[in-house]
Every structure is written in structure tokens, then in C-alpha cells.
Design a protein around this ligand. Structure first.
Ligand SMILES: [Mg+2]
Length: 299
């Protein structure tokens, strides 16, 4: 069975006995939070951002429908799936519940089996969606982010740099003579080199906001938020040195050396500036690094 202990559920019901019942059947499989009224449910949802909310409809103060509509208005809670749990059990009530954007509907009195299965179905969907999202931004060969993941992250950090008037640096990294290497030793060997290079880059990119990705082919890119040219050059040089030291073992028992050229660009963006301009500056610097002999860093 899949491990769901990291999946989180928020249980909302005004009656303690219901909360206890649901906690008992769900806490062995999931991490469970509880709330006993609408207001604290909304607060808790914002705080822990649960994977799913089981929401009672009839509660004093805010009812379940009202809670759901507030959750849908808030950026942090907008996408959290909600399963209604309720004593209302006519098909009309069920229709109203599903119409109001709940993903499912569980009637009281609870059946242990049905609660477990309905929750399990939704959690499974959520976990599959997450995996699909993760794969869509992952480069399958190297396991680091792909270009799409990078562009997403870049937009976020670019916006932040503009708001906070901070510098941001880009390193464009290209494996030297990669085509020759591929032609000489084969694509499998070439793939292994790209994997090693990705590992070496990741090892040098250590701050949580720094971000490395495969840009395409034998090109990699690194974003360093809140980093001036001086700091960016240190990281770039560190990457270059680390890659130079990777021993590449060849099928014939000998080893080869792999090197990279790195172009560095830095800017403190202003409103209206496009991040593509910074990337193309780093690209130009990379071209200069190639022209001036490879295995070096230029800006
Ligand atoms: Mg109730």
C-alpha cells in the first residue's frame, strides 16, 4: 500500500463525537488536524494547508457551504478539495453539495468503510496530480529541473527582485566539445556525463533560493537570486573547477576529462524589464567564454 502518512486531512465538525470517530478511522493512515467551527476551520486551513478537508454542513455560526465559499475566495485555500460530511441525506442535498464545488459527499451516520474509501480515492487523485506536476518540471535524464520548471521559478524570483530591488544573477553553462565526446564514445556515455555534470552543479548550488536546471542538450542554467556579480562569479568558478575534476570512466578503461564554459549575467531588474534579456546576456557571455578557449568563466 502507498505511504500516505505525509498526506494531511482537516476534519471540521461541531460535534466532538464525530471528530473523534473520524480521527480514529483516518489517523492511522493520514496526518489529521481538527476544527470545531467554520472560523477556526478557515484559519487552520490557511495555516496547515491540508491536502483535503472533510467539512460538516450543519454547524452553528458559519455553515459548511459558507465555509467552502470563503475557502474558495482565498488564494491559499482556493484549490484544497473538500468532501462534505452531513446528516442531510436527500439526493437534493447531495446535489447541492456537489454543485457547490465539493469533490464528494459523505452522509451520516458514517460507515467506516465508505469514509475510508472516499478519502482514499481523493488522496490518490491528489498524489497522482502532484506526481504529474513534478514530472512535468523534471528533466528525466538528470533528475534536476527542466527548462519549464526553470522558467516558472524564474518568473517568481524575477518578480520578487523587482519588488525588493535586489540583484539577480544567471549562469549559463555549456559542456565543452560535447558533440565530439558523443561522436567518439556514444550517446550512453554522453548521457552519463550530463548526469555527472548535473550532480556537480547541484552540489555547488546550495542556498535554498538558488535554482539549477537543464536548459536543453548539453546546456545548464543556474539562477542566483539576491546575488551580485562578485558572488555569481565565485559560484561559477566553483562549478567550473568541480566539473573539471570529475573523472569520466570510459569503456576502454581510460578516463577522460570534461570541462564547461560558463557565461554570467547580473542585473537589478526594474518594473517592465524582461528576464529573457538577462538570460540572453548570460548567453552572450557564454559565447565569449567559448571563443576565448573554453573551460572558463566570462561575464
Ligand atoms: Mg454538525
Amino acid at each position: 500500500m502507498e505511504n500516505t502518512a505525509s498526506n494531511t486531512i482537516l476534519l471540521v465538525d461541531d460535534e466532538t463525537v464525530n471528530l473523534m470517530f473520524l480521527t480514529n478511522i483516518l489517523s492511522p493512515e493520514y496526518t489529521v488536524y481538527i476544527a470545531q467551527d467554520g472560523q477556526s476551520a478557515i484559519r487552520k486551513a490557511e495555516e496547515v494547508s491540508p491536502d483535503i478537508i472533510l467539512l460538516d454542513i450543519i454547524m452553528p455560526g458559519m455553515n459548511g457551504y459558507e465555509v467552502l465559499s470563503v475557502l474558495r475566495d482565498k488564494h491559499e485555500t482556493r484549490d484544497i478539495p473538500v468532501i462534505f460530511i452531513t446528516g442531510l441525506n436527500s439526493s437534493k442535498d447531495e446535489e447541492k453539495g456537489l454543485e457547490s464545488d465539493a469533490v464528494d459527499y459523505i452522509s451520516k451516520p458514517f460507515s467506516v468503510g465508505i469514509v475510508k474509501l472516499r478519502v482514499r480515492n481523493q488522496i490518490r487523485i491528489i498524489n497522482q496530480m502532484r506526481e504529474i506536476n513534478r514530472l512535468s518540471v523534471t528533466d528525466l535524464l538528470t533528475g534536476i529541473s527542466n527548462r519549464r520548471g526553470f522558467e516558472h521559478q524564474m518568473r517568481r524570483e524575477w518578480g520578487r527582485a523587482i519588488r525588493e530591488k535586489l540583484p539577480i544573477s544567471i549562469l549559463m553553462i555549456d559542456v565543452d566539445h560535447f558533440k565530439v565526446f558523443n561522436d567518439t564514445y556514444g550517446h550512453q556515455q554522453g548521457d552519463a556525463v550530463l548526469q555527472e555534470v548535473a550532480i556537480a552543479i547541484s552540489r555547488c548550488v546550495t542556498r535554498t533560493t538558488d535554482f539549477a536546471a537543464r536548459w536543453g542538450g548539453e546546456e545548464f542554467i543556474v539562477m542566483l537570486p539576491n546575488t551580485e556579480i562578485k558572488g555569481a562569479l565565485i559560484v561559477a568558478e566553483n562549478i567550473r573547477e568541480n566539473i573539471e575534476q570529475i573523472p569520466v570512466y570510459l569503456p576502454d578503461g581510460t578516463t577522460a576529462q570534461v570541462t564547461v564554459s560558463i557565461g554570467v549575467g547580473t542585473t537589478t531588474p526594474e518594473p517592465g524589464d524582461m528576464n529573457e534579456k538577462l538570460i540572453s546576456e548570460a548567453d552572450k557571455a557564454l559565447y565569449t567564454a567559448k571563443e576565448s578557449g573554453r573551460n572558463n568563466v566570462c561575464h
